[in-house]
Design a protein around this ligand. Structure first.
Ligand SMILES: [Mg+2]
Length: 260
């Protein structure tokens, strides 16, 4: 049986709006015993928040099925480490769940003792918060980014994404972040571990997403066939000529119909 890794934004929903047919498609996969995992670069919300939204939309079984770039970033942090987090609740709780100590950004001396600085989308971004993250890295903290998506999708217009925040820290510190989320190895390792724990066949994986630059390259990292859907973003970033596309379809419902 095939194991499906599904992007959320642009596949299940677009901003606040459900993509028609997507929930029925997921339930069809679950109903026939396929494995399903949701993999999002959205590090702002906690996995349980994504799962609750999916359940409220009508997805039949959601528990433990959502992984985020925040979880992938936190997988690079060890228990007992002191962490500065320039990000949202998803990133903070993932780091705390690793047994790390999350330092307060407004306590100047403490950030300079940080072992690691994690950066993601921060909707409370301020010059002071950015400064604290920068100081921690200049004092020797490892720099880890949840993801570097340039924009954050909404149903009206794009907003600056995690990548814009990460770029500010990188620029100010002349340091390149280790990036955890799609399309990178930490997220792929997390997805494969989660699927293996559920008994999935890791030799028969399909990745469905709307961004070739992240989902397409992530599929290659996962060892999955990439199905590109047109239901999400309209403009992708950069050159994707190296991304192998198994199928190009309108939406998730079409993907399940074609591959099922
Ligand atoms: Mg997407």
């Amino acid at each position: 049986m095939t194991a499906w890794v599904l992007d959320l934004d642009g596949v299940l929903w677009r901003g606040a709006v459900e993509i028609p047919g997507s929930v029925a498609a997921v339930n069809a996969l679950l109903g026939r015993g396929d494995q399903v995992l949701f993999a999002t670069n959205n590090a702002w919300a906690e996995p349980g928040t994504h799962e609750a939204r999916l359940a409220a939309m009508g997805v039949a079984d959601t528990e433990g099925r959502a992984i985020t770039s925040a979880l992938a970033a936190a997988s690079l942090v060890d228990a007992g480490e002191r962490a500065v987090v320039l990000g949202g609740p998803g990133l903070r709780s993932a780091v705390a769940a690793r047994g790390a100590q999350v330092l307060e950004l407004d306590r100047a001396p403490s950030v300079e003792a940080a072992d690691v600085c994690l950066v993601g989308l921060d909707k409370d971004l301020s010059y002071a918060r950015l400064g604290a993250a920068v100081r921690s890295v200049l004092a020797g903290a490892r720099l880890i980014a949840s993801n570097t998506d340039p924009t954050f999708p909404t149903d009206t217009e794009p907003l600056p994404g995690a990548g814009a925040v990460v770029a500010a820290v990188e620029r100010a510190t002349a340091t390149l972040a280790v990036v955890a989320g799609k399309p990178n190895r930490p997220m792929a390792d997390l997805a494969r571990a989660r699927l293996a724990a559920r008994g999935a066949d890791l030799d028969d994986l399909v990745m469905v997403g709307d961004r070739r630059s992240t989902d397409g390259r992530f599929a290659a990292e996962l060892g999955a066939r990439f199905v590109h859907v047109r239901s999400g973003i309209r403009v992708d970033d950069g050159d994707q000529s190296d991304v192998a596309v198994h199928r190009e379809v309108d939406d998730l419902a079409a993907a399940v119909a074609e591959l099922g």
